[in-house]
Ligand binder design. Structure first.
Ligand SMILES: Cc1cc2nc3c(=O)[nH]c(=O)nc-3n(C[C@H](O)[C@H](O)[C@H](O)COP(=O)(O)OP(=O)(O)OC[C@H]3O[C@@H](n4cnc5c(N)ncnc54)[C@H](O)[C@@H]3O)c2cc1C
Length: 414
């Protein structure tokens, strides 16, 4: 490949592709429609809170090897932080019970035999029944493979799958849940350490990548929306940005790393996921009390996860489509009531912001999962990337980065 690789979209998939190709000495041009990079994983200054926040709280696990390698390459490996072990604090708002799940580091899951480490009210046998999900039959939902009832489901399995798939387990793909389990719980606690970008997603995952690209003369242009692709026989001939057109020469390659609806609009006869699920985040400007765990799972509430950042508490609700039309003020009040209980803070509502991402991820159902295309296309110099392509993982940072790496590897072979 002697030409230029045009990467369309500077979300994590596009950035990962650009970083890998630039690192190998390729000539790279990134074209991003928005005024900033990061896509669904971005930081910005919020005027209501007068502080920098993320569009959504993002949790990674130590199992996310592609994300960790990407961070190492861009020199940001210290920007994700987490406890030394796989520890998850939980509270059940129905009865006020609190516990900490402690997954032992090795592959042999002796934590499930230890009452002080596993979920209260459950047995080791309950945990073992979930082993059926490790290699589940295709085309099934999670709840068709395991019994979605009882304390282990309510207090661990549902929160885990809802967060990982952004889809209710009763409709969520068992195959995608299986991939998550194989890479995390089944691999032992060393793969399950929770990691968060304490100083913001932008500082961890985006700005260092832009710096890496800039230092190596990759071009990154913002406000540059791809409108159409011109095809000639079996290859891309030109990229149409509306006000200008880029003709492609021999050896030029395109990595299309845009959301699925955009890709389907631009690439003829491309089948893509068509259903999406929302994620709702509430941010509250308040100092987290000393000793509050950095991440707390909340059971039997509207809030599902509470994250503590410097000067801010923040909550996440996955598959939050039912909350899209709730008035912002009443939602903020309802969420804060729960946060105040979990964190032991006064009832008075602090400055707040509600961020609702309608199309946060594709719906991780068996039917939608079957619509995900691979990276290669019918055109020899066009490759697809994005968390919605067939990564075998749910829509996650790890999936987005793996998809970008895969597209870069294919682009490098043209
Ligand atoms: C609120 C929220 C919470 C999340 N929580 C987690 C989490 O806890 N853990 C986790 O691993 N993942 C989480 N995710 C998922 C994660 O953010 C995504 O999987 C990942 O960011 C997707 O990256 P991407 O590059 O595939 O897509 P995108 O980020 O959507 O990137 C696509 C890019 O293409 C650009 N674009 C669109 N059209 C054009 C065009 N015509 N021309 C040029 N550019 C264009 C867009 O502006 C965008 O920058 C969460 C997502 C959200 C929204």
């Amino acid at each position: 490949m002697a030409g230029t690789v045009h990467v369309i979209g500077a979300g994590l998939a596009g950035l990962a592709a650009a970083v890998r190709l630039t690192g190998r000495g390729a000539s790279v041009a990134v074209h991003e429609a928005a005024g900033q990079a990061g896509g669904r994983c971005r930081s910005y200054h919020d005027p209501a809170l007068d502080m920098e926040i993320d569009n959504g709280n993002h949790l990674l696990l130590s199992a996310n090897h592609a994300a960790l390698s990407y961070l190492a390459v861009i020199g940001a490996q210290d920007r994700l932080v987490g406890p030394a072990g796989a520890e998850f604090a939980f509270v059940d708002l129905a009865d006020g019970e609190r516990w900490t799940l402690r997954i032992n580091s090795g592959r042999l899951p002796w934590w499930i035999f230890d009452r002080r480490r596993r979920v209260p009210g459950t047995t080791a046998r309950d945990h073992l029944t979930f082993a059926r999900l490790i290699w589940p039959p295709a085309d099934r939902t999670i709840c068709e493979v395991v019994d979605c009832a009882g304390p282990l489901y309510e207090r661990l399995a549902r929160p885990l799958f809802l967060a990982a798939l952004n889809t209710e387990p009763k409709e969520g793909s068992a195959v995608l849940a299986g991939a998550v389990i194989r890479e995390s719980l089944a691999a032992g606690g060393k793969a399950c350490r929770p990691l968060i970008a304490r100083e913001g997603l932008g500082r961890a995952l985006i700005e260092p990548a832009l710096r890496f690209l800039g230092e190596r003369d990759a071009q990154v242009q913002f406000g540059r929306r791809l409108r159409a692709i011109e095809f000639a026989d079996d290859s891309v001939a030109a990229l149409d940005f509306g006000d200008d057109k880029v003709a492609l020469g021999a050896g030029d390659v395109v990595v299309l790393a845009v959301p699925p609806v955009v890709a389907a609009d631009i690439v003829p006869e491309l089948e893509v996921p068509t259903e999406f699920r929302a994620i709702v985040n509430g941010h509250f400007r308040v100092d987290p009390p000393a000793g509050l765990a950095p991440i707390i799972g909340v059971v039997n509430g509207t809030v599902e996860w509470l994250f503590a950042f410097p000067g801010r508490l923040s909550v996440t609700i996955s598959a939050g489509d039912r909350l899209l039309d709730v008035p912002r003020e009443s939602l903020a009040n309802a969420l804060w009531k729960e946060v105040a209980i979990v964190a032991g803070l006064p009832d008075a509502l602090p400055p707040w912001q509600i961020v609702r991402e309608r199309r946060a991820t594709f719906a991780a159902t068996p039917a939608q999962n079957a619509k995900r295309p691979g990276a290669a296309t019918a055109w020899s110099n066009l490759f697809l990337a994005g968390d919605w392509t067939d990564t075998k993982l749910p829509a996650t940072i790890e999936g987005a980065i793996r998809s970008g790496n895969r597209a870069a590897d294919l682009a490098g072979r043209v």
